[in-house]
Design a binder for this molecule. Structure first.
Ligand SMILES: C[S@@+](CC[C@H](N)C(=O)[O-])C[C@H]1O[C@@H](n2cnc3c(N)ncnc32)[C@H](O)[C@@H]1O
Length: 255
């Protein structure tokens, strides 16, 4: 899938620019330096984001991948490009998050929340292990989904749910034929539950975060809030730079 970064262009790979991903550039611009930081990455797929974090100076990127084929690709990528800070483990990050007492300077949760059956549990656990998170995900947006013939029949009406005192609606999303596609990498279930953007932001706040930046979606399938958040008192970003993604909202907790 992924194209290898320079000077490894001649290595046969795919075309996805996951080793030079604008989502991660966006996050690094907003979150500031990750130099020496301990990062937890959920679902690295082929290690592209891991590579970017390594080259940005992360001290350790602990990356948990459940899909064995993807996990092996991460190891191969590590051998080819070298990622001294990366530690790939094969396993279920939900189990790790439930059990761990470790803390991380940053959690990268890109492309994983919309694969979860209980996304609010994952958000609550992320908030428990870190003060800073980068979250990229599809979310439920009725108008956007209705406009997309591919997805409009795959997402069900909302069902009330509650997790750790946080009430929300879950929108069941059936994978349908996507499950048969070569290279499909979900979370192992036949369906997942999506949240609205407000519910995602609300969960982050409920579990102790302030919302720092949300970027407007340019995605056709549904919508993708790129969310770089930090808990009150956590380090603020040191730099800002121009971006094609304007923030939708900024909430800064009172000091
Ligand atoms: C859609 S891909 C996202 C890849 C990459 N993070 C990105 O944003 O481009 C989702 C990845 O998360 C992995 N994954 C999903 N659920 C997981 C779980 N519970 N534990 C570990 N990895 C998981 C999948 O195998 C897949 O590699």
């Amino acid at each position: 899938m992924s194209a290898f970064p320079s000077p490894f262009e001649t290595v046969t790979g795919g075309k996805a620019l996951l080793f030079d991903d604008h989502r991660v550039h966006w996050a690094l611009e907003r979150l500031g330096s990750v130099a020496g930081h301990r990062v937890l990455e959920l679902g690295p797929l082929e290690g592209g984001h891991t590579y970017m974090l390594d080259r940005a100076g992360a001290g350790e990127v602990f990356a948990i991948e459940a899909n064995t084929r993807a996990f092996l690709k991460c190891l191969v990528a590590k051998e080819i490009v070298g990622m001294p800070s990366a530690r790939f483990v094969c396993g279920d990050f939900r189990a790790f998050l439930r059990d761990t007492s470790e803390r991380f300077d940053l959690v990268i949760a890109s492309g994983v929340l919309y694969h979860m059956v209980n996304p609010v549990e994952v958000l609550s656990q992320i908030c428990r292990v870190t003060n800073r998170v980068f979250l990229w995900t599809h979310y439920y947006d009725e108008a956007l989904l209705a406009a997309n013939p591919e997805t409009k029949h795959r997402v069900m009406p909302g069902q009330p749910s509650e997790h750790a005192g946080y009430r929300h609606e879950l929108y069941r999303h059936d994978y349908g034929r996507a499950l048969e596609e070569h290279g499909f990498c979900g979370a192992g279930a036949l369906y997942s539950n999506w949240l609205t953007r407000d519910a995602i932001v609300g969960a982050l706040r409920h579990f102790g975060f302030e919302q720092s930046k949300l970027a407007r979606s340019s995605h056709s399938m549904s919508a993708d809030p790129r969310s770089a958040s930090r808990r009150p008192g956590a380090r603020r970003r040191k730099t800002s730079s121009a971006s094609d993604h304007e923030p939708l909202l900024e909430l800064i907790a009172p000091s």
